[in-house]
Design a protein around this ligand. Sequence first.
Ligand code: GDP
Length: 196
Amino acid sequence: MPLSFSRSEFIRSAASPGDFLRDGLPQLAFAGRSNVGKSSVINRLVNRKNFARVGASPGKTSQINYFLLDGRAYLVDLPGYGYAKVSKAERDRWGRLMEAYFASGLITGGVMIVDARHKPTADDVTMANWFFDAGCPLVAVANKLDKLKKSEIAPNLERIRETLSLRETDELVPFSAEKGDGREQLAERVSLLAEL
Ligand code: GDP
């Protein structure tokens, strides 16, 4: 049954492995470079403004935020990466938290948000590999589609698929958090991930 995204609520943040939720519900981890539009994609998915910011507070960039979707699965909002102005201490904290979460065996599905305009960065490739190594199905979202010319769409999607080494079963969803393109396709994919 498709998830009813209108029934979504913030549960809590985790800053260390002791705070990870371990209740057996599916955990769908959303990852992306800072500023790629991860919060906007999540807000569009659940059709609510400012939803993904509920658990975030300034200075707490290295925490994981858990949202419950329809009482059936967690949307796990992972802290963004690749932000140049972050201190080394903060980056190290991010790395430790991510390593612990990916090693925990708790992730059941991944959603990776990349920028439709650009070739995925080395950090994006590393993140995709973490999902592959964790053995999860992955959905990649090419966000900011509204910034592309029609003729750029197909070649850019192909470049993303190749650079991330997406497997045949990993869906790549062209998306615009701003305009709403791709929302239904992503909702369908996330619902499927929640059933695995
Ligand atoms: P996050 O850091 O990954 O959570 O990114 P945000 O959701 O805060 O978005 C970063 C910036 O990108 C904001 O200025 C958004 O308005 C903008 N943005 C996000 N998604 C889109 C999109 O689909 N199209 C366009 N044009 N801008 C977007």
